[in-house]
Design a protein around this ligand. Structure first.
Ligand SMILES: [Cu+2]
Length: 169
């Protein structure tokens, strides 16, 4: 398609454009790691990775089990409660919405400004589930609910339940 004389020029143009983009990105990154944190332009930098505002009266809680409950078998039915906000599946950026995350025996809360990690101890209910059945080993277990937005990031301020402790016999 290109005449022989124009092709190298086109490649050069593309290459220099990419170079300038790369150097801009590098400069940006250096600036961020320079200790200024994320305060400069969070909307731009975080894009879809941003916190969503919490509704003022939002509350997440356990319908069951209740704090101190003793469960005789390994299967624990857990029902999540949410008021003041609505449950929406992950990926759905509906205002005042989120999906449940269940923290099981988590000693230290993860960074509330980042997407919650997913593990055996931090479970995501990204389809919008409002209950689950856990298989827990005998002993004491601490449970806590944290609402996360469409990108799994806790709201601002985070909407968290109280920590409840149950005993599995
Ligand atoms: Cu999630």
């Amino acid at each position: 398609m290109f005449k022989g004389s124009r092709l190298p020029q086109a490649i050069l143009l593309v290459a220099s454009a990419m170079l300038s983009l790369t150097s801009m990105a590098d400069g940006h990154a250096d600036h961020n790691t320079g200790g200024h944190g994320h305060g400069h332009n969070p909307g731009h930098e975080l894009g879809s990775m941003a916190q969503s505002p919490a509704a003022e009266n939002a509350r997440v809680y356990f319908v069951e089990p209740v704090d101190g409950q003793v469960i005789s078998a390994g299967e624990v039915q857990v029902v999540f409660g949410l008021s003041g906000m609505v449950v929406a599946p992950a990926g759905s950026d509906t205002p005042n919405s989120g999906h449940h995350h269940l923290l099981i025996d988590v000693e230290q809360l993860p960074d509330m400004r980042m997407p919650l990690p997913a593990s055996e101890n931090i479970r995501h209910y990204g389809k919008g589930q409002t209950e689950t059945t856990l298989m827990l080993a005998p002993g004491r277990h601490r449970l806590q609910l944290v609402l996360g937005n469409y990108a799994h990031i806790p709201h601002n301020p985070p909407i968290m339940s109280e920590v409840i402790e149950i005993t599995v016999k």
